[in-house]
Design a protein around this ligand. Structure first.
Ligand code: B4P
Length: 191
């Protein structure tokens, strides 16, 4: 299995670039944001709880997202590998992911971190909020809280994989095609 984490703050282009990467490399796309939004759309108890936190720009509890990822990995027994988008977002999630992948004799091959300036992130998310219907994209103070939450809890995940020699940084500003070229080059180096 070949496993990639696409990493970066909210609005850095993880969802956008994931579509290109899964097509090119035949990986299974696992986005915890998408999984949570489908729970919300299905009005499940988990979705109702998650929505309260997501609408405030806060993270959903680790055990909830770890359970979702565990189930998702198990449902693709023939996967060539996974692209993790928006997961892990805490060190506890990173440790859990390493343990889950060990069950399949696999590990994270690379974490690619997209670097984008804060004002660009806010502008992108407000712009997406005009059409996405996402309540967490329509309010600037919620967007800034999401970015704060990222600095408080999520940047440590990059340090965790840097210490393992698995993290790499890519500039996330520019055209979607140019950024995809940079991401592909990093994946190709490790395949
Ligand atoms: P996510 O769904 O992961 O959403 P995101 O970080 O906001 O978006 P993403 O980074 O994928 O968006 P993209 O840049 O592609 O999370 C939502 C919430 O779910 C979190 O706040 C949290 O509450 C919860 N959650 C999710 N995972 C969790 C976890 N593991 N643990 C706990 N809680 C969790 O797109 C942004 C915009 O930028 C788009 O409009 C796009 O078109 C535009 N864009 C992309 N690339 C561009 C470029 N190069 N130039 C210009 N615009 C660009």
């Amino acid at each position: 299995m070949f496993n990639v984490i696409l990493f970066g703050p909210p609005g850095s282009g993880k969802g956008t670039q994931s579509e290109n990467i899964i097509q090119k490399y035949g990986l299974i796309h696992l986005s915890t944001g998408d999984l949570l939004r489908s729970q919300i759309a299905a009005h499940t108890a988990l979705g109702l709880e998650a929505k309260k936190l997501m609408d405030k720009g806060e993270l959903v509890p680790d055990e909830v997202v770890i359970g979702m990822i565990d189930d998702s990995i198990a449902s693709f027994p023939d996967a060539k590998g996974f692209l993790f988008d928006g997961f892990p977002r805490t060190v506890a999630q990173a440790e859990a992911l390493d343990n889950l992948l060990q069950k399949y004799n696999a590990s994270v091959n690379v974490l690619i971190s997209l670097q984008v300036e804060e004002e660009e992130l806010v502008a992108r998310l407000l712009n997406r909020g005009k059409t996405s219907g996402r309540s967490d994209d329509s309010n600037e103070s919620v967007i800034r809280d999401r970015i704060k939450e990222y600095h408080k809890k999520t940047t440590a995940v990059e340090t965790y994989y840097t210490d393992l020699g698995k993290a790499v940084t890519v500039k996330g500003q520019g055209s979607v095609e140019d950024i995809f070229g940079l991401l592909s080059a990093e994946i190709d180096k490790r395949k």
